[in-house]
Design a protein around this ligand. Structure first.
Ligand SMILES: [Zn+2]
Length: 142
């Protein structure tokens, strides 16, 4: 008996939802956002595929295996701009945190995560949504 793979050329998107918890502050976004506070970051990723092999573009679990480590690397951390003076204090007491080369706005986090998922995860991501609060979501679709 001959085995063969049925390949169909088609555009198909898969949407995956993730989340992580993190603290941050954004000194350039006013008094409220400048205080140390935390969010449940809801991350929605859209991936675009152009072929289906035997009915599957990419297994959801294989997508998770590539994307989740990137998302979860921020989980339960304090995200801080590397120019924030708090970095000096946190470094002095050897406190673990994540130093980022930008103010940690939702917009910057969207671009940051999109690029990490695309390049480090080598995933065909086409759109990312970062929800910082129940009512506010940033959508990045370059
Ligand atoms: Zn915030």
């Amino acid at each position: 008996m001959q085995n063969f793979t049925l390949v169909i050329k088609i555009n198909m998107k898969i949407q995956k939802k993730y989340h992580f918890y993190a603290a941050h502050r954004n000194k350039s976004a006013g008094e409220k956002c400048g205080r140390i506070h935390g969010h449940t970051y809801d991350v929605v990723c859209d991936f675009e595929f152009n072929e289906i092999k035997d009915g599957i573009t990419m297994l959801f679990s294989d997508i998770d295996a590539k994307v989740e480590p990137i998302i979860k690397s921020h989980d339960h951390y304090f995200l801080l701009h590397d120019q924030d003076p708090l970095c000096i204090l946190l470094d002095a007491v050897n406190e673990p945190y994540i130093k980022l080369p930008f103010e940690t706005s939702a917009e910057h986090m969207a671009v940051w995560l999109f690029n990490r998922i695309k390049h480090e995860g080598e995933m065909p991501i086409v759109k990312i949504q970062i929800g910082e609060t129940k009512t506010s979501t940033v959508i990045y679709e370059p």
